[in-house]
Write a protein that binds this ligand. Structure first.
Ligand code: HGY
Ligand code: MN
Ligand code: MN
Ligand code: MN
Length: 405
C-alpha cells in the first residue's frame, strides 16, 4: 500500500488545533480555514491534480479533465468549536491517499476523478450546516446564504469576500453538479455501531432527518439584588424548563434533542437577563417523529414563558429531510469493502453530511471507519491508525470499482 496517509495526516494535524484542549477550531474563512485550504491545494498539486474553487467556495482537485460522469470523493475540513481531528479531515486525507493507492496499483481511470472539500459543513460559524453543498445543489438560496451572520455580525458575504471570493456569484451550480457521476464520502463513524459489530468499516443506509431551531425568550432586565421574585420576568426560567423538556421529548420519542448553544443578554452576574437565545438541535428516525419532538419542546417553551411573563419565539434555522442512500450503490459499496464474511455492515446515521445533501441530486454513498469510543464533535474523537489505513484501501477499492464502470 502506498502509505501516504500518515504523511498527509501529519501535515494537516497541527492546522487549527487548540493548545489548551487539543481540539480543533477551524471555522470557515478564518486563518485556520485558509491554512487548511492551502494544505489541500498544495497536497493536490503535489499529485498533479488540477485544483479549482467553485463559485460557492468548495474546492475540487481533478485527476483528468473535469468532465461529466466523474467519480467524486471528499468531505470537509471545517470543524465544530473544540472539535475532533477526524470529522471531515479523515475523508479528505483518505481521498488523497486513495489516489496515491490507485496510482500505486497502476489504475488508469476510465472516468475523471475529483477530490472535494466542501465549505462550512458544520455550520459552526454561520449557523447552517452543509452550506457549501446546499448552495451547490440549490438547497439554500444565495440571498439567504449571503445574509447569514456569525457571532460578531459578520456576514457570509463579507467573510467570503475577505477570503478573496465573490459572494455575488454564489448559488446553485448545475454545471458542477452535472460533472458528478457518483459521490462517495468516507467519514469517521460518529457512534459505536461498528465497534459493536466488530467491523472496521461500514456503509451508510440513511441519514436521519434533523434540524436546528432558534428559541428566543424575551423578558425584563432588572437588578438581581433589588427585584422581588414576584416582580420578575426572568427568561432564564422558561429556558431552563425548555432544556429539560427537550430531554423528556427526546426520551419519549426515541429521538435526540440537544441544546448546546445559548446566548444570554446582557450576561451579567448581577443582572436579570433581558433575553435568553438558545439553539435546539433535534433529530429522529423519521420526519413525523421529529416534528412531534420539536412541537412538544416549543409548546413547553410557550407555556413556561407565559407563566413567567416572558415572550417566546422560535425560528427554524435549517432542516435536512431524511436521506435514504440508493440501495444498488449502497449494496455495491458494502460488497466491495466487505470481506470473506460477506458485505460490510450497513447502518443509518444521526449525523448530517455533505453526502446527505448531494444524495438528493446525484448517486451517493458513504463509507464509515470505526470509532472506538464513538465520541465525535469533541477533542477525544479518534480512529485507530490501522482502521484509517483499512479505510484508505477500502476507499481505493470502491473508487477503482466505480472508475472502471
Ligand atoms: O451536525 C452534524 O450532524 C454534522 O456533523 N455536521
Ligand atoms: Mn460534524
Ligand atoms: Mn463531518
Ligand atoms: Mn460531511
Amino acid at each position: 500500500m502506498s502509505d501516504t496517509f500518515d504523511e498527509l495526516w501529519g501535515a494537516l494535524a497541527p492546522v487549527g488545533r487548540q493548545r489548551t484542549t487539543g481540539g480543533y477550531r477551524r471555522f470557515s474563512w478564518t486563518p485556520a480555514d485558509t491554512q487548511a485550504r492551502a494544505w489541500f491545494a498544495a497536497a493536490a498539486a503535489d499529485r498533479g491534480l488540477t485544483v479549482e474553487t467553485d463559485r460557492n467556495g468548495n474546492m475540487w482537485a481533478w485527476w483528468g479533465d473535469p468532465g461529466p460522469d466523474a467519480v467524486v470523493t471528499g468531505s470537509h475540513l471545517d470543524s465544530v468549536p473544540d472539535g475532533g481531528a477526524y470529522d471531515g479531515p479523515l475523508g479528505v486525507v483518505s481521498a488523497l491517499a486513495a489516489v496515491d493507492e490507485l496510482r500505486a496499483r497502476g489504475v488508469r481511470p476510465a472516468r475523471p476523478l475529483a477530490v472535494t472539500v466542501f465549505v462550512e459543513e458544520e455550520g459552526a460559524r454561520f449557523g447552517v450546516a452543509c452550506l457549501g453543498s446546499r448552495l451547490l445543489t440549490g438547497a439554500i438560496t444565495p440571498e439567504r446564504a449571503r445574509g447569514l451572520t456569525d457571532a460578531d455580525g459578520v456576514t457570509w458575504a463579507r467573510a467570503m469576500a475577505e477570503a478573496g471570493l465573490d459572494p455575488e456569484r454564489i448559488g446553485a451550480d448545475p454545471l458542477a453538479l452535472e460533472r458528478i457521476g457518483v459521490f462517495v464520502e468516507l467519514h469517521i463513524e460518529q457512534g459505536r455501531h461498528l465497534v459493536h459489530r466488530g467491523s472496521a468499516l461500514g456503509v451508510a443506509s440513511a441519514v436521519w432527518p434533523h434540524g436546528r431551531w432558534r428559541l428566543d425568550f424575551t423578558g425584563q432586565a432588572d437588578h438581581a439584588g433589588t427585584t422581588r421574585l414576584a416582580d420578575r420576568n426572568d427568561p432564564m426560567l422558561p429556558f431552563a424548563e425548555t432544556v429539560l423538556a427537550a430531554r423528556e421529548a427526546a426520551e419519549a420519542h426515541d429521538a435526540v434533542a440537544t441544546i448546546g448553544k445559548v446566548a444570554v443578554h446582557p450576561n451579567g452576574t448581577n443582572a436579570i437577563p433581558s433575553r435568553v437565545r438558545a439553539w435546539l438541535d433535534a433529530r429522529a428516525p423519521d420526519e413525523g417523529t421529529l416534528r412531534a419532538v420539536v412541537d412538544a419542546i416549543t409548546a413547553t417553551a410557550r407555556r413556561a414563558a407565559g407563566r413567567h411573563g416572558v415572550s417566546p419565539a422560535s425560528f427554524q434555522e435549517s432542516f435536512s429531510p431524511v436521506v435514504h442512500f440508493r440501495d444498488d450503490l449502497r449494496d455495491r459499496v458494502a460488497t466491495t469493502v466487505g470481506g470473506p464474511a460477506g458485505p460490510a455492515p450497513v447502518l443509518p446515521t444521526g449525523a448530517g453530511h455533505d453526502a446527505g445533501t448531494l444524495a438528493a441530486a446525484v448517486p451517493t454513498a458513504m463509507l464509515f471507519v470505526r470509532n472506538p469510543s464513538g465520541v465525535s464533535h469533541a477533542p477525544d474523537e479518534y480512529a485507530e491508525p490501522a482502521d484509517c489505513h483499512t479505510g484508505v484501501r477500502a476507499l481505493a477499492d470502491v473508487l477503482a470499482d466505480l472508475l472502471a464502470a
